[in-house]
Design a protein around this ligand. Structure first.
Ligand code: C2O
Length: 493
């Protein structure tokens, strides 16, 4: 990458947001009893079947509520039991910045999908143990199914303490649907049409990590919307709106079951090359307390086969409508890479930019990465060559959260411009990690793999206007936004 940065991000003077009132002082797990026991594969022969939260029978809803109630009670009776509700929520907090610099963040890189899968696995086993049902399975919130882009009713009604699935820190009114743009069939189709694992899953962890599109496009958007649909609170969001407390809302687990399900759908469409092969990825291990309070280590390799190793699967949603992935599966994928000429490397100095609540258009260079040279020299690239639109160095105030919709070649675009057609690139949502984190805590690079449709309107060299449209969780201008970013460019890699 040959862009020279002459201006470092100007560190806007962000006010420190107060901690969410339910953010723990520390989310460190209870001291392990000894060295971890290696995971041996799920015990028990039957496969736990995860169903849509919209299709649960009343018996299943009751059992789900019993399980969460037992988990909450365990936490009250013995706050040190590692299986209890708050301890479990803290496992998530610990891995998203709460563990400090020594615990790698499982957001913003390719650990995101396998880590959350392992987390849900142990969580589900604990719930099953508490209700004495080894077949207990978490439901999934299929926001990608038509008509289900709203909170599943069992989590919302009754809205009181008697419902262990209810959470008081949600900002969304019962029955209110997400803006269609967030999880529309077109959005899901774009996601499932991604060709490269790095686009879908994210890249290796680094100082800034690159999140996968499933994470920053849809997963983050749902987090933001559940808490703060109108984007009015740049400080003070709780539970789903901030990763340190997100797992204190029971909907978190249904949201992640669906994210996990879409990962399976996407992989099934493309086979084994849809996974990173490097040992650093596959041999990575994490430790969790299991349903018997044993301290267990599990590797990425062990979670990749959800049916064989973890013994769970997903039943297809069966509503009246069709799901997004059914649209996508019938769509032929274009795999032909477009190589840009190497002389188009931008030499212009780059000045850091601030985005406020107004739409903004910048001119982005179309550059060539050095990987092209190795591709031409015969070295095999990690995945198929794709072009991506990068927005690097995205940083928000510590408690801030927003969605930014991105168009190319459409300088007049604003929040009313429909997010479809070739000029629409995608949207990303930033979710804060930690209430009292550093201004830097959510700085990340985002990158959109250009769809075959968008490829048609992006030339092979030169520059292209890129419009950034800030949005609240609902499709409206947010209030008082300050988002900083370093540079925007298109690159073949
Ligand atoms: Cu660990 Cu939905 O976040």
């Amino acid at each position: 990458m040959s862009i020279t940065l002459v201006a470092i991000l100007p560190s806007p003077s962000y006010a420190q947001c107060p901690r969410p009132s339910n953010e723990p002082a520390t989310c460190r797990p209870p001291t392990p009893p000894g060295p971890p026991v290696p995971f041996q594969g799920d015990i028990g022969s039957s496969t736990r079947v995860r169903k849509s939260a919209f299709e649960l029978t009343s018996i299943e809803v009751d059992r789900l509520r019993q399980a969460f109630a037992a988990l909450r009670k365990l936490s009250e009776d013995d706050p040190d039991d590692p299986r209890g509700w708050l301890q479990q929520a803290n496992v998530h907090c610990w891995h998203c910045g709460g563990g400090g610099a020594s615990v790698a963040n499982v957001h913003g890189n390719y650990w995101f999908l396998p880590w959350h899968r392992a987390y849900l696995y142990f969580f589900e086993k604990i719930l099953g143990k508490l209700v004495g049902d080894p077949d207990f399975a978490l439901p999934y919130w299929d926001w990608d199914t038509r008509g289900r882009n709203l909170m599943p009713p069992p989590y919302v009604v009754p809205s009181a303490g008697s419902n262990s699935l209810f959470d008081a820190y949600r900002g969304v009114a019962p029955g209110r649907a997400m803006p269609a743009s967030a999880t529309s069939p077109q959005e899901i189709k774009r996601l499932l049409s991604l060709r490269d694992w790095a686009s879908f899953m994210g890249g290796p962890a680094g100082p800034r990590g690159v999140p996968g599109e499933i994470e920053f496009r849809i997963h983050n958007r749902v987090h933001q919307w559940v808490t703060d649909p109108r984007g009015q609170a740049n400080c003070g969001v709780q539970d789903m709106g901030i990763f340190s407390t997100a797992a204190q809302d029971p909907i978190f687990y249904a949201h992640h079951a669906n994210t996990d399900r879409l990962w399976e759908v996407w992989r099934a469409m493309g086979g084994e090359q849809r996974l990173p092969t490097d040992a650093a990825f596959r041999q990575r291990t994490w430790t969790f307390y299991d349903e018997n309070k044993r301290w267990v280590s599990i590797s990425v390799e062990q979670v990749l086969d959800s049916a064989g190793s973890l013994h769970y699967g997903y039943s297809r949603p069966s509503p009246g409508g069709r799901t997004g992935h059914e649209h996508a599966a019938s769509q032929p994928l274009t795999t032909e890479p477009m190589l840009a000429p190497s002389k188009s490397v931008a030499k212009a100095p780059w000045v850091a930019q601030l985005l406020t609540s107004e739409p903004q258009t910048v001119s982005a260079p179309i550059v060539v990465s050095s990987e092209i040279a190795s591709f031409e020299a015969g070295a095999s690239p990690l995945g198929p060559m794709v072009r991506r639109l990068h927005i690097d160095g995205v940083a928000m105030p510590p408690g801030g959260s927003t969605t930014v919709r991105v168009f190319v070649n459409l300088p007049g675009a604003d929040e009313r411009t429909p997010p479809s057609g070739p000029n629409y690139v995608g949207a990303f949502t930033v979710v804060p990690h930690h209430g009292s984190g550093h201004a830097d805590a959510t700085r990340q690079d985002v990158a959109f793999e250009l769809s075959a449709e968008t490829e048609q309107v992006v030339p092979s060299s030169g520059e292209i206007p890129v419009s950034l449209i800030p949005l609240a969780g609902e499709d409206m201008r947010p209030l008082g936004l300050t988002l900083a970013y370093e540079k925007v460019y298109v690159v073949t890699e």
